[in-house]
Design a protein around this ligand. Sequence first.
Ligand SMILES: Cc1cc2nc3c(=O)[nH]c(=O)nc-3n(C[C@H](O)[C@H](O)[C@H](O)COP(=O)(O)O)c2cc1C
Length: 180
Amino acid sequence: MEQIKILGISGSLRTDSTNTIILNTCKTLLPANATLTVFQGLDLIPHFSPGLEDNEAVARFKSAVAQADAVIFSTPEYAFGLPGTLKNALDWTVGTGEFNAKPVAAISASPLNTGGDKALASLLLTLAALGTLRNDHSSAAIPNIKGKIEQGYVTDIQTLDMLRALINNLTSLLNLRGVN
Ligand SMILES: Cc1cc2nc3c(=O)[nH]c(=O)nc-3n(C[C@H](O)[C@H](O)[C@H](O)COP(=O)(O)O)c2cc1C
């Protein structure tokens, strides 16, 4: 069975980020032949401007995406939108296409009962612009996230079931592409 490499991208830079905790929890829910590495260094990526050369941080990000079989995002919502850091990193890949045909899953999480749904909608629009591979089961907004975490992991049963379903769907998208 071929090894599946999944890249996790958190939209939050906070040390105690609930979104990074969601990605760390996903690590515990993977099939035996899959690994998930959470990308570090989104904050080192400079502001995108067309024509700028890739620096080392940009090259690292692009290479991590290119080498991954699939990507899982988990992002907060800031002021009803996507965190600028995440949108900025994605903008760097528009011209070079690292996300093109890449199977993705997108999660938003919030302490509010909206689950950060506006940030999720915005992320999905950007992922459509980037040509990623997704379906109707590739995304989920997680409301009231603070009460669903204990000791650095998601412990809420329904949320764990939802994350499992998201991962299963992601691997089925990979199978469509012939990676299994
Ligand atoms: C500047 C700022 C703006 C925020 N705006 C929103 C918002 O529009 N919607 C929302 O659901 N939460 C909002 N929040 C709360 C975040 O969802 C909350 O801080 C969350 O824990 C951040 O995710 P993290 O734990 O992964 O860092 C905002 C927080 C900050 C600091």
